[in-house]
Design a protein around this ligand. Sequence first.
Ligand code: PAF
Length: 282
Amino acid sequence: MQIFNSVKEMQDWCKKHKKQGRSMGLVPTMGYLHEGHISLVKAARQDCDIVVVSIFVNPIQFGQGEDYGSYPRELERDSALLLKENTDAVFAPSVQDMYPAGYDTFAEVFGDITGKMCGASRPGHFKGVTTVVSKLFHICQPDRAYFGQKDAQQLLIIKKMVRDLNFPLEIVRMPIVRESDGLAMSSRNVYLNEEERQQALVLSQALKMAEKNIRDGEREIEKIRQQIKDMIEARPLARIDYIEIASGQDLSALEEIQGGVLIALAVKFGKTRLIDNLLVEV
Ligand code: PAF
């Protein structure tokens, strides 16, 4: 497994493999890898000749006062995990190399898809995500790129960008990986103390309850939202950021529960903001 810290070296290496006709899978990450990331790497390994994993804590997708400085970074541990998965290359560039002095170019998706949910709570976040992901696509030229359903809004936005800008690659969506007690895997779970972690289980429990009520015939969005709200608010440490129920295709508003519906939650426990979601097909 090769580790590249330089954009130019990564680009040359990828070009060489592409020229030889090898298919390439890219797994973009910010590191501190968990089973969720590993499921993406495994899928890429199955589908593609060459697997590249990027590890880059992207400063421009963090807002003022967010956790850019404290975001967990453990490149050695991550590299060991990736070696076990037969990864071909790790791309871990420096901030200076990705955004040299005078850097002024951004890729941004506009509209409802970026304006609501995490886009509303974290202004500028998705502009940072789509910019870095565009750069990674240009540098590595993957045939497929793998993203987790846990970041449902991010996934839809990246798919839209790829469509709108005609990036010649396929975006592969992989299911959420959960701990045995239901908590969705996230690099940020490490911030939770024991009590916060226990109360955070309400996210997956509320989603399950909503799914059951929908399966039992409930179609009124406001009723489902209220049931979720009541359940989450019963946990004293929970502070709801949003409960969104929208089209799973493009996050547009729905009149009632019908078709592919995304139920997405963002809730703070102490200082840690967690997201989780569920796609229901009705
Ligand atoms: O999902 C993430 O970890 C990040 O947003 C991504 C896609 C690697 C871009 O920095």
